[in-house]
Design a protein around this ligand. Structure first.
Ligand code: MG
Length: 457
């Protein structure tokens, strides 16, 4: 069965040549532009939107189509070309745009692409706004401009320099440079290669790039998981690297390989960045989602920092970071947010903070990892419609009696030795179950309990 075009809070995602066509993209551009005109206090000023794409070959086609839609309703478009997702947020602010668009399907296979929307604050539109945009799209209530008022497309080529300058502002360039770090980068032929190689050069690193050409022909399955990066550890070892970094295709996620060529696990990216950020400000705050490892809480305790938990979704984390003036935040999947650069997960920020941590501490990655300590996290998912999901969660509330319960996003049950989080997907009839504990046996026990509940219903 052909998959449906998915329209969610952050935009749309579909399959090129099936449901994500130029016509659909153009009408989505019309809808977003019409919404911006309705929402904005334009006062006669022309509104503008900047657009960046990841490296997928379909990116240019979608960019042109969305741009045509925006121009048709009178919005000026600034095209940024192939850039990381977080770079679009940086440029949106710099150029004073009223909105931003990122053409990316992130870590999904090459057949997919997507159109992600940003408001003028460089965050995803809040639910009521995205609901309105979707309504305009479905009803085709487009506010077309007269011929003389159509928008124009211009190009901006200084994204890399602008973004890199902000990232360099987070760290002591001379200190990092003095260490002569040897680093290896795998950008999976996504958008991150060129800008990240430039960043390493400016930080004085001796760098080896693997899959850094932004061809969009992914050298391996693009999600930066242990299985998909199986050959990367060897590259790090052979180069004698102090550290290896791997990005996803739109370079908002970052994972780390240690100096022994070991994949340390995506949850450590945020724990290490948090360790650095907390060490700079006693009693700081961080915001992370409910599915993120307890490692961040352990690291926070060392410096009297507070960790605020949010519902899953980058927009929820970004909102909490902004509202609570957090020094750092993000998601356990390797997404780091530092507001000094922008409210979007940013692999370049993660790289800079972690190199600074290595430089200041004089420790190796594996030493820092072992000091943080480890947990075992197990993730499962299974088909469940809303009715079954509700029944599973209701039963879990009874069975996990005595646990601390958070039901803002599904149910998270916290115990002394670990936690389990049950939630449904926003885009498909699937229930996700995650459990974490110091010992695998304990984490497995929580997962098995949920699976037993499912089987008993
Ligand atoms: Mg991504």
């Amino acid at each position: 069965m052909a998959e449906k075009l998915i329209i969610s809070i952050s935009g749309m995602r579909g399959i090129i040549g099936e449901n994500l066509t130029p016509a659909v993209a153009a009408e989505y551009g019309c809808a977003f532009g019409s919404y911006l005109k309705m929402a904005g206090s334009a006062e006669g000023k022309k509104l503008s939107v900047c657009i960046g794409t990841d490296s997928r070959p379909s990116g240019q086609m979608l960019c042109s189509s969305v741009a045509a839609g925006l121009c048709s309703v009178g919005i000026d478009v600034i095209s940024l070309g192939i850039v990381p997702t977080p770079s679009v947020g940086v440029m949106l602010k710099k150029l004073g745009c009223n909105g931003g668009i990122i053409i990316t399907a992130s870590h999904n296979p090459i057949a997919y692409n997507g159109i992600k929307l940003l408001t003028g604050d460089a965050v995803a539109p809040p639910p009521e706004s995205s609901g309105k945009i979707t309504e305009i799209f479905h009803k085709k209530e487009f506010d077309f401009a007269a011929s003389v008022d159509c928008g124009k497309v211009t190009f901006c080529g200084d994204t890399d320099e602008t973004h890199i300058a902000k990232v360099l502002g987070l760290v002591d360039r001379d200190l990092i440079g003095s260490k002569g770090f040897k680093v290896v980068l795998d950008s999976v032929n996504g958008a991150g290669g060129p800008i990240t190689m430039k960043l390493f050069e400016l930080l004085g690193c001796d760098v080896k790039g693997v899959n850094t050409e932004p061809t969009g022909i992914f050298a391996h399955t693009p999600e930066p998981t242990r299985e998909n990066l199986s050959g990367f550890g060897k590259e790090v070892l052979e180069f004698g690297g102090n550290i290896g970094f791997a990005q996803d295709p739109d370079a908002d996620r970052l994972v780390i390989i240690d100096e022994n060529g070991e994949y340390i696990g995506e949850e450590y990216t945020l724990a290490l960045a948090g360790l650095y950020a907390f060490s700079k400000k006693q009693g700081a705050k961080a915001a992370v989602n409910l599915s993120t490892s307890r490692m961040i809480d352990d690291v926070a305790k060392r410096y009297g920092a507070t960790v605020i938990r949010t519902c899953v979704g980058e927009a929820n984390v970004a909102k909490a970071i902004l509202e609570n003036d957090c020094v750092i935040g993000g998601e356990g999947n390797g997404g780091i947010i530092d507001l000094r650069v922008g409210p979007i997960r940013d692999s370049l920020v993660g790289i800079a903070l972690i190199l600074q941590l290595l430089a200041e501490s004089g420790k190796t990655v594996s030493q820092l990892v072992s000091e943080i300590g480890g947990y075992c996290m197990i993730k499962e998912k299974f088909a469940a419609d809303k009715d079954l999901a509700d029944r599973i969660m209701n039963r879990a509330v009874e069975i996990f009696e005595g646990a601390a319960v958070d039901n803002r996003d599904g149910y998270r049950f916290d115990f002394d030795d670990g936690w389990v989080h049950l939630r449904t997907s926003n885009t498909e009839p699937v229930m996700r179950v995650m459990a974490e504990a110091r010992e695998e046996e304990a984490a497995r026990k929580y997962i098995d309990t949920v699976m037993d509940i499912k089987d008993s219903l």
